[in-house]
Ligand binder design. Structure first.
Ligand code: BGC
Length: 733
């Protein structure tokens, strides 16, 4: 006690001396190296000031209905972070001013928020974004999100979500980049670069947060927040690579998940949080708990009370406590009792201060204040929103060239609960997106087909329920038309957090509507808006064409209309498999082969899913040349070049993504049937050819990881797989 009093007095005297000499303390000198500044600042901080840095409070009501919003609290100027649910930059600046002037050391607050697929300009949900295979557009959307967010008072977004998801019952499948590890890793890099820019200290950039570390998507049965049983092999092979890629791309922060990983919850997991993230990957930023995930350690029965939960989470490597006040309430006692070393507190504070310093918050604690008109929904933002939405949409089926809508159609029936919707079409985590900003599908169609096609609208039915009273009017509209566009789908909170469903089929009423409309014998074009893959086993039969439009966001209308008219040629390919039926889950393209490949499938449904990962049609046709290899044998230090020439042999220009897979048919640890290793999307004009090239680096592309995270490269045969082609090469000593 005496010692603490003595050192606090010394610090105080030191500050007084500096003040009397009118000299800035070293930590305020931006020309000094960051680590020296942090050393200096930590040496001046009291234990209370340190612990306050480790807390995040919520300012304003959290719109996420799963997180019961806290009432506004009197913000202590020493607080480390605020989850800032306001779009008001001036208010942020006022709060920040309090921190800068009313706290003893003037440490800025870091303001965070969930800008997941846009802030005010809402982009398609991440699952859809991944179907675009356009990392550049995804990066641009994140740059825009960062700018809108920063100008609204934010320094930090809780995005991207990198939970590789293979169970579409889990609602949060909408928030990530689908079922493939490499795809998640690629979009992780794009998102981090987009949010963080070249230098976090620049204006308009915000810190990214990779979440939910780790394995959250494997919760049993797709029930959100549930236990996840993950072998170390799966952890390393499937779940770690996207996080590792995001860390190497420079992600400033990481969020620890809610899930219990095989008995050790993600928010108390020393192995994943410290041994891997900090020691092996050398992440120098900080980890924040998920909303209440420190407190949840009690529910998960690894801590007897909140005090023990705080100790476990903190010692495992969670530096900042979101919302629980647990660190604030218990770390002082835990330090006094010698259960938490002061050195660990210092290290955690150091990590948080490092991110704040990198953001330039000490020098520039305030954001610019400009009018909302200059801040949001700028024309170039909306252009990216439309392009990304259009490129995300997947043409699943198109019998007899039913689409696009050409002059062959004079009258179109436009039916369904999605047509005039402006809420559900934004998807879950719509940021600060407003329904009044959304261009509805109906508005988009009116604009696109004005004076060309007569539209006959009817609601048909609601999203769910049993009310069939709208069927008759819908059938009347169909009778007047040459084809029927039926816009079906999910409400926004049927996916997203706490949005698990026992079936991924649409409610019966929506399927019944389609069977009713079919009676008129007109072509049926199904337009599906959902936050997950759907069970389409019955609907697929009834439709001539199907487009999965996902939840496209602010520019829903013109992106959908453009796809229908052919102004946008569909180029999306599925980032996640559509099973035949819910009971077929999990089914994903890179499964391990069964012992008896021809046997053991469900007897009541076809063996394959309805639409595999990678499936997606276009209005043009692409012819693939045979794969060319630079050699048929290589050693591990040589590169192998694989090329393929793709010709656009159809009538319109398009964008084609080539997905390159590798198969390792025999290894000490069994390998999946094939694994995506590279992809590239390119525009190809009508009648033109374009070469796609994949430079295979054996150490990167042919090795595999074991259950300790060590990589192995074994010689032998490998295959490259593109579309239906498969070509062999050999890795030799
Ligand atoms: C979610 C996170 C989110 C956090 C803050 C939690 O409930 O799981 O993804 O970032 O809330 O809103």
């Amino acid at each position: 006690m005496k010692k603490i009093f003595f050192s606090t007095t010394l610090v105080f005297l030191h500050l007084l001396t500096l003040q009397s000499q009118n000299k800035k303390p070293l930590y305020k000198d931006k020309n000094k190296p960051i680590e020296e500044r942090i050393d200096n600042l930590i040496s001046l901080m009291t234990l209370d000031e340190k612990i306050m840095q480790l807390n995040q409070w919520t300012y304003g009501k959290n719109a996420n209905p799963n997180n019961i919003g806290e009432k506004m609290k009197a913000v202590r100027p020493e607080i480390g972070s605020l989850l800032y649910r306001s779009t008001n930059p001036e208010f942020r600046n006022q709060i920040q001013k309090k921190a800068m002037t009313e706290s003893r050391l003037g440490i800025p607050i870091i303001f965070g928020f969930d800008a997941i697929h846009g802030y005010r300009t809402v982009f398609p949900i991440p699952l859809a974004q991944a179907c675009s295979w356009n990392t550049d557009l995804v990066k641009q959307s994140c740059t825009i999100t960062a700018k809108e967010s920063w100008l609204s008072g934010l320094d930090w977004t809780f995005s991207p979500m990198l939970d590789v998801a293979r169970d579409a019952r889990w609602g949060r499948v909408s928030e990530g980049y689908g079922e493939d590890t490499f795809a998640n890793a690629s979009f992780a890099v794009a998102a981090v670069q987009g949010y963080q820019g070249n230098n976090l200290a620049d204006k308009y950039t915000i810190a990214a947060c990779l979440k939910h570390y780790i394995g959250y998507s494997l919760s049993e049965g797709g029930r959100d927040y549930h236990y996840s049983d993950i072998s170390n092999q799966t952890l390393w092979e499937t779940f770690m690579p996207p996080f590792e890629a995001g860390i190497h791309a420079g992600a400033a922060t990481v969020m620890s998940g809610f899930n219990d990983i095989s008995g050790v919850p993600a928010s108390a997991n020393h192995y994943t949080l410290t041994e891997v993230l900090k020691n092996k990957w050398k992440h120098d930023g900080f980890v924040i708990s998920d909303w209440g995930s420190v407190r949840n350690l009690v529910e998960q029965s690894v801590a007897k009370d909140l005090k023990e939960a705080s100790m476990k989470a903190f010692l495992a490597g969670v530096e900042m406590d979101m919302v629980d006040n647990a660190y604030m309430d218990y770390l002082p006692q835990l330090v006094a009792e010698g259960k938490v070393p002061i050195a660990t507190i210092d290290e955690a504070v150091r990590r948080i201060l490092r991110v704040k310093m990198k953001l330039g918050l000490f020098e520039n604690p305030y954001v610019d204040v400009v009018t909302e008109k200059k801040r949001y929904l700028l024309p170039n933002y909306l252009k990216v929103a439309e392009e990304l939405a259009a490129e995300s949409m997947v043409l699943l089926k198109n019998e007899s060239a039913t689409l696009p809508i050409t002059s062959k159609y004079k009258d179109l029936a436009i039916i369904g609960p999605m047509v005039k919707d402006s809420v559900h079409i934004m998807g879950f985590w719509e940021g600060m997106g407003q329904p009044e900003d959304v261009e509805t599908i109906y508005e988009g169609l009116e604009k696109e087909f004005k004076n060309k096609v007569k539209l006959h609208y009817a609601l048909g039915c609601d999203f769910d329920g049993n009310d069939k009273s709208g069927f008759e009017a819908a059938l009347e509209a169909v009778k007047k038309s040459d084809a029927v566009l039926v816009f079906l789908g999910e409400k926004r909170n049927w996916s997203g957090e706490n949005g698990s469903r026992s079936t991924i089929a649409l409610p019966k009423i929506q399927e019944e509507l389609v069977s009713e409309l079919r009676k008129a014998g007109k072509p049926i074009i199904l337009m599906l808006s959902s936050g997950r893959p759907l069970e389409l086993i019955r609907l697929n039969e009834m439709a001539d064409a199907i487009v999965e439009i996902w939840q496209p966001g602010t520019k829903a209308g013109s992106s959908v209309a453009g796809i229908l008219s052919g102004r946008h040629n569909p180029s999306g390919k599925l980032s996640i498999t559509f099973p035949q039926a819910t009971g077929q889950i999990p089914i994903y393209y890179n499964m391990r082969e069964s012992a008896r490949p021809k046997l053991g499938h469900y007897q009541d449904i076809p063996r394959d899913p309805l639409y595999w990962f990678g499936h997606g049609l276009s209005y043009t046709t692409y012819d693939y040349s045979p794969i060319q290899l630079s050699a048929d044998k290589i050693t591990k230090n040589e590169k192998l070049i694989a090329e393929i020439e793709v010709t656009n042999s159809g009538e319109v220009q398009g964008k084609e993504t080539v997905l390159w897979f590798i198969q390792d048919p025999f290894a000490t640890i069994s390998r999946p049937m094939k694994e995506l290793k590279y992809f590239e999307k390119k525009e190809i004009k009508k009648g033109k050819k374009v070469i796609y090239r994949f430079d295979i680096d054996p150490i990167r592309d042919l090795s595999y990881v074991d259950s300790f995270g060590n990589r192995h490269l074994e010689t032998g045969d490998f295959y490259i797989i593109v579309n239906n082609q498969k070509i062999k090469f050999e890795l030799v000593n």
